[in-house]
Design a protein around this ligand. Structure first.
Ligand code: ADP
Length: 192
């Protein structure tokens, strides 16, 4: 199962991806996590990314694509993956399509988690207190939501046009949302 998880910041992508990883037995690949690891490791790339991330902007397409390609080529991704946080704009969607064609692992399904803006803001505010992420300040959050609406929302249409999009209502308990995702993707593959 090769699944792309789409949704605004705060939509619950990361949480659901963790559960899907257990269920589908494929790695959860989050470009946000890959970037935060590079920041924590203090690599050259991480130091460049740090400032950009703290402002709520997107890190350059080249940097993220390079990290992603390296990750996808690891053998644990041979049987599939859950992609979280990528693609985030149309250029990334096209780059991903090319990359996956090259490694003969096309996307099976893109899952869009729908959550309204008020609830997104509320959830991220709660998370900011709990986790202290540098980009969870009110200003950076507002900016990330704008970036999402302007650059990432068109990616939903990209997958709709490819016929691989399913929508899932992201409001409810973790179990409810998880079960909706499983139901929505069950036609694409044997997901157990
Ligand atoms: P969220 O979905 O809550 O915004 P992420 O962990 O997915 O959190 O992303 C955090 C930050 O990492 C983004 O605001 C951006 O700066 C950077 N980032 C993550 N994925 C990408 C990507 N695919 N392209 C560019 N920047 C990215």
């Amino acid at each position: 199962m090769r699944l792309v998880l789409l949704g605004a910041p705060g939509s619950g992508k990361g949480t659901q991806a963790t559960r899907l990883r257990e269920h589908l037995q494929v790695p959860h690949i989050s470009t946000g996590d890959l970037l935060r690891a590079a920041v924590a490791a203090g690599t050259e790339l991480g130091m460049q990314a740090k400032v950009v991330m703290a402002s709520g902007n997107l890190v350059s397409d080249d940097i993220v694509l390079g990290m992603l390609e390296e990750r996808l080529l690891r053998s644990d991704a041979d049987n599939g993956f859950i992609l979280d946080g990528y693609p985030r704009n149309l250029a990334q969607a096209n780059a991903l399509e090319k990359l996956l064609e090259k490694i003969k692992q096309p996307v099976d399904v893109a899952v869009q988690l729908d959550v309204n803006t008020d609830l997104l803001v509320e959830r991220i505010a709660g998370r900011a207190k709990a986790e202290g992420r540098a980009d969870d300040t009110p200003e950076a959050v507002r900016h990330r939501l704008n970036v999402y609406n302007e650059q990432t929302a068109p990616v939903v249409d990209f997958y709709r046009n490819h016929g691989s999009l399913v929508h899932v209502d992201g409001i409810g308990t973790l179990d409810e949302v998880f079960n909706r995702i499983i139901a929505a993707i069950s036609h694409t593959h044997d997901v157990g």
